[in-house]
Design a protein around this ligand. Structure first.
Ligand SMILES: NC(=O)c1ccc[n+]([C@@H]2O[C@H](COP(=O)([O-])OP(=O)(O)OC[C@H]3O[C@@H](n4cnc5c(N)ncnc54)[C@H](OP(=O)(O)O)[C@@H]3O)[C@@H](O)[C@H]2O)c1
Length: 220
């Protein structure tokens, strides 16, 4: 049985990953901040992970009973969506950068040794993190954090190349979740089905790449 750990599994895209992998017969581990308040089925093992609390990541890495075939990092924070080029509130800056950047680095570093041979780490990034695509300062802080996440993915892919670990950045599309909002055209099942196809196809979507849920390569 293959094993996946989804971090940020309480709602949105992370929850949809949990549902789809469970339906596909995987052993599913769900990392979320408040396991006690989840109503996930009992077959899904929950782990308390707050990606801003590095000790919680260390504890999960130690507690894992199975090697991971896939690690999906879906936890993310949007912060205040400024319209123009404005200095972010420093507290918001710390929260968004710690969640999206520091948390992703720590998850990859601590969990890479717990990955099975040929395993894949999928990091949910955003098209808003693409410098090549940037055409507006809208949500500047979030854009900067996701641009940094993209760099984390490139550096991790290079750091773990010799161990055969594959690390990719994924853009889920604009999806109707709490973060995506009610006007988003895409629903989580379609986005996650597409991302799972990319995650499963190591030949078509190699380590160190940035791909949309449809499998299109994106500019960094
Ligand atoms: N939706 C979109 O249109 C869209 C587009 C591009 C990229 N993305 C990316 O896709 C990922 C998932 O987004 P989403 O739409 O599912 O967002 P969402 O509905 O807002 O869900 C965010 C998830 O992240 C978790 N989270 C936040 N801070 C955390 C922390 N410190 N530790 C652990 N978990 C934490 C939340 O848990 P709590 O319930 O505990 O808060 C929740 O499970 C994010 O990385 C996002 O940037 C989304």
């Amino acid at each position: 049985m293959k094993t996946v750990l989804v971090v940020g599994a309480s709602r949105g895209l992370g929850l949809e990953f949990v549902r789809q992998y469970a339906a596909a017969g995987w052993r599913v581990l769900a990392g979320l901040r408040h396991p006690a308040s989840t109503d996930l089925p009992a077959a899904i093992t929950t782990h308390a992970i707050d990606v801003c609390n590095l000790a919680s990541i260390d504890a999960v890495a130690e507690a894992l009973q199975h090697e991971l075939d896939h690690l999906v990092i879906s936890a993310g924070a949007l912060g205040v969506k400024n319209l123009g080029f404005e200095t972010p509130d420093p507290e918001d800056f710390d929260r968004v950068m710690r969640t999206n950047v520091l948390g992703t680095i720590a998850l990859i570093e601590q969990l890479a040794p717990r990955m099975a041979a040929g395993g894949t780490i999928a990091v949910l990034s955003s098209r808003m993190g693409s410098i090549g695509d940037a055409d507006s300062p809208f949500a500047l802080l979030y854009r900067c954090s996701k641009a940094a996440v993209n760099m984390v993915v490139k550096c991790a892919a290079s750091a773990y190349a010799d161990s055969g670990l594959r690390i990719v950045a994924l853009y889920p599309g604009w999806v109707r979740t709490e973060m995506g909002g009610p006007d988003a055209p895409l629903l989580p099942p379609e986005s996650v089905t597409g991302m799972r196809r990319v995650i499963d196809d190591a030949d078509a979507f190699p380590s160190g790449g940035f791909f949309s849920y449809r499998g299109d390569p994106l500019p960094w």
